[in-house]
Design a protein around this ligand. Structure first.
Ligand SMILES: [Zn+2]
Length: 105
């Protein structure tokens, strides 16, 4: 897996698992997307859709349980948020999306 570095100070970005932190140790903001390759790009949306597909499938299969349990619903919601954050980290590493202050080596 490729390593992420801060564009401002060159420091290696310590990411836990695939999560990309919001800030570098130098204070540079790491969650700004470059405009043409950011989250609005079609490529990002397509990849996101593919990654979210298993989650949608789970929700679809468990739709009866979801209807009956608000706790389970909340659980799925939390899972999807973590999933989304993981997807972001993965996309940055694969070069599908580019962040303003991150370069990959
Ligand atoms: Zn930095």
């Amino acid at each position: 897996m490729k390593k992420l570095y801060c564009k401002k100070c060159g420091h290696k970005i310590n990411s836990k698992f695939l999560f990309v932190p919001n800030r570098c140790v130098c204070g540079a903001n790491l969650n700004e997307w470059e405009e043409d390759t950011g989250r609005s790009s079609l490529r990002y949306l397509l990849c996101l859709l593919l990654l979210m597909l298993p989650l949608f499938l789970i929700v679809y299969l468990l739709r009866n349980a979801l209807r009956n349990s608000i706790l389970f619903f909340a659980f799925i919601l939390v899972i999807s948020m973590i999933w989304l954050r993981l997807a972001d980290g993965l996309f940055v590493r694969l070069g599908i999306v580019k962040m303003k202050n991150i370069f990959i080596k």
